[in-house]
Design a protein around this ligand. Sequence first.
Ligand code: GTP
Ligand code: MG
Length: 308
Amino acid sequence: MDMEMSDNNSAQIDTHCGYVAIVGRPNVGKSTLLNHLVGYRISAIVNKPQTTRTNVRGIVTQNNYQVIFTDTPGIHHDSKTLMNKTLNIAAVAALDSVDAVVMLVEALKWTAEDDLVLKRLQQMSCPIFLLINKVDRIVEKERLFSYIEAVKEKRDFAEIIPISATKGINTKELLAKLQPILPVSEYAYDEDSITDQTLRSICSEVVREQLMDQLHQELPYSTAVHIEKFEETPHRVDIDATIWVGKIRQKGMVIGKKGQTLKRVGTKARFIMEELLEKKVVLKTFVKVEENWQNNPKHLGDLGIITR
Ligand SMILES: Nc1nc2c(ncn2[C@@H]2O[C@H](COP(=O)(O)OP(=O)(O)OP(=O)(O)O)[C@@H](O)[C@H]2O)c(=O)[nH]1
Ligand SMILES: [Mg+2]
């Protein structure tokens, strides 16, 4: 069978492969959708805006089609810090040479930041799919119909699809609608690849996700996580993670009373890592202060937020 396949391949390509950017304002569910499509927790999900800080690829290969999705940071108005600006730049850069864009909005809502996203898409000539996410929350279904009529006026979308990224509603339909627009091409990634992220960076995101989840107000945005050690042996993985904060008093907040906050973060993160890595994990966490790291290009570079 292998022989036959390679003969065919040399004569003509029978696979399709293309790039699709997932964009939208913060907190609409972009990372949740990516993880659902890929079936693995590759991108951090938190119920707070500006969770995603870099472009993360998720790859879906089925029936001769490979779709390379890019999850992007939420496009937003705030540009106070270099990091805020960088997030917007990363999101827009992901639009470069894609075959389609999926724009997410939250069902029954349309905000000024949704308009900002549309503005960024203005010059795009590829198909733009509007995904109305979180439809599982709608109690009165009729309201969705009038919402769909209203969003049709915003732009000429290739498709408008109500979905639920958490429940998986209409996500198969999304893949089916994307397939015809993927160019005939060899696969860009191996058939069994699911992401461009390393396990090391996925684990650092797990720690950051848990920090964002546990911390309050502005603090989540002032933290960053760097994995200093990632040593895998046949039966366990040893991971050292450094949590960076912007101010000395924030260090105390991350650690918490009698170390309780950091302990909770570490325990939950380790539990998730053990599921992801399918191995015992020994996780050590350290907290360090780097004043104003969000405006420091070197630091943003070290953390992979600015690519050099
Ligand atoms: N009810 C419901 N909640 C959802 C759905 N999709 C996402 N969420 C929730 O919305 C919140 C934000 O999800 P994320 O996937 O982190 O959103 P995001 O668009 O990636 O956010 P940023 O990275 O900050 O731009 C989380 O609490 C998710 O659980 C959905 O279909 N239904
Ligand atoms: Mg995200």
